[in-house]
Design a protein around this ligand. Sequence first.
Ligand SMILES: Nc1ncnc2c1ncn2[C@@H]1O[C@H](COP(=O)(O)OP(=O)(O)OP(=O)(O)O)[C@@H](O)[C@H]1O
Length: 363
Amino acid sequence: MINYNQIYVAVRIKAYLNAQDKEESCISSFTDKQIVISKSNLYEQQYEFNQIFDSQCDQEQIYLCVVHPIVQEALSGISSNLIIYGSQGSGKTYSLFGTIGSLFTLKQGLISLESGIAIRMIHQLHQQKQISELKIFIIDNEQIINHLTTNGQSKWIDLAKQLCEVIQNLNDSIIHVVIEIKTLQNSKIKIIQIGSVSKGNSGQMVTHNKSIFTLHRCIQCLLDQQKQKKIIQMQRIYIPFRESKLTNLLSNSFLGQAQLKIILCLAPTKIDDALGTLQFGQQFQQIKIIRQQSKLQTQLSVQQQFQTQSQLQLNEFNSMTTQSQTLEMIPIQFHLQKIQELTDKYESIIHYLQQKIIKYKNQ
Ligand SMILES: Nc1ncnc2c1ncn2[C@@H]1O[C@H](COP(=O)(O)OP(=O)(O)OP(=O)(O)O)[C@@H](O)[C@H]1O
């Protein structure tokens, strides 16, 4: 069976900050998976995503639905990338880091209702003592500028203070902000806030820099391959992800080695921006990437197979001996024969697993 890395795309509708915002909303209806955008009853377009979070959803709900599973998987060795995408003022920074008020509470080491999903993730992994390295950096016009590197060994209160300082300095809306965590399980989580995009007067997407342009090219290449009905095995086709820093960061997802999730932040008062954001997310939903197992996953699955097989054999042996005790009449030759059969089975399983390990090491 071919195993695909599915790209999970969720939409977060920005909270209506006043009554006028609600009146000007371009969202005519939505369910938990569908959203309909309309303009003065002249135009209507429906989109489907994995999850639509309505404007009243709080930070914790988003965290539990989208990020908590990423953390759980990272602890079993699976890497993930999470993209936060949206137009200017659509709530990207709010979703990741929270409000100024929540940063104030964070300075005291506290998580509040408004604390963003990135803060919650760092807090959870820190509490579980799973951070081997935490980095926060920005990509500004293809330049990587580091803002924080730590091994996560410091006390939470000290790390929280450092985080506040860093976040307060990230105030340019067209840079990309990256939070990268390496766990003790050797997995990586990258949360990438893509710098704001908006639509120009011509209706074309205005791309602020090379990274976004290259990201669009990568998506297009993946989709073109699919249209030609070729199976996408990323190592064999040219995807230009090395041509920008942003797409390079996402390369493990393009290669099927890491999961990819996207949160689209939607400001319902700006229809052109909203449509651009939803169309961007829709393209990702059409991509299917063949999952490549990581080394750790392969080791784990071989180990799991061995444990399952061993357990099955053990159960078989136990049930056999229990039955024989009750029957009592079964001669010793029968037991010896069964033991020999089991030994043969074990040897073949061990041989099979050894071959798999050799094949895997040679890859
Ligand atoms: N769900 C929400 N609930 C309450 N306030 C929100 C919500 N989303 C966004 N806001 C508020 O809207 C304003 C703009 O949000 P934010 O700065 O997060 O947007 P952004 O997408 O990061 O913008 P930029 O691209 O300019 O950086 C902020 O004052 C933020 O607190």
